[in-house]
Design a protein around this ligand. Sequence first.
Ligand SMILES: [Zn+2]
Length: 228
Amino acid sequence: MLIHRCAGCSEPGVDLCRRCRFALVASPPVTTASGIVAATEFSGLGRELVVGLKYRNRRRLADHLAEQLSRRLDPTQIDVITWAPTSRQRTRRRGYDQAELLARALAARWRKPCRRMLYRSHGPAQTGQSRASRLIGPQFSARPLRHPPRVLVVDDVVTTGATLHAAEVALLAAGARSVILAAVAATPDGPPKRGGPHLARPVRTASASMPRGLHLVPSMATMSGDVA
Ligand SMILES: [Zn+2]
């Protein structure tokens, strides 16, 4: 039989022991250079928990991580929760999408709807892409939204923020009223602003951040076309 051990310190018998739970709660939030708030830093305990969820099939850690993320966000600003989907191959290999588990755990905590709203756009393989387009990250599309909701997009780890910002662009193009981006853990891209605000960065609204014919990147135009 498998003996459960604390994902933080290996104490037997629990998913996450009391001491590690307290340490997680006490860990300061991180704000990335692009303004995305993460529940904790992708190092030490935060790293152990995310790695456990992502690579060691420890799905119940999603509840603990979602709980910590819920402390950084204001649910009154959010109508629906979604996630930045992991590639289909990875989801198949793992048997689950960790970002979806996090989004669903958070939604259950808040009793809010959780829906798949984002789809990975088919693009050239990463290996064939220039460094610039790799930095841009994956492209997403979203189906047109009939009743413009305020959307929270959840991801596990944020590094450059490219994935979450691509999700934001797709959702605004699909008609979302506003988009909040959040991750469970952040790796610093440049020096992170430690202990940032407890609320997510100011909500970006469609009118504020999506002027027509935008400056983003050429491939974004294709993406907008997908969802128009
Ligand atoms: Zn522990």
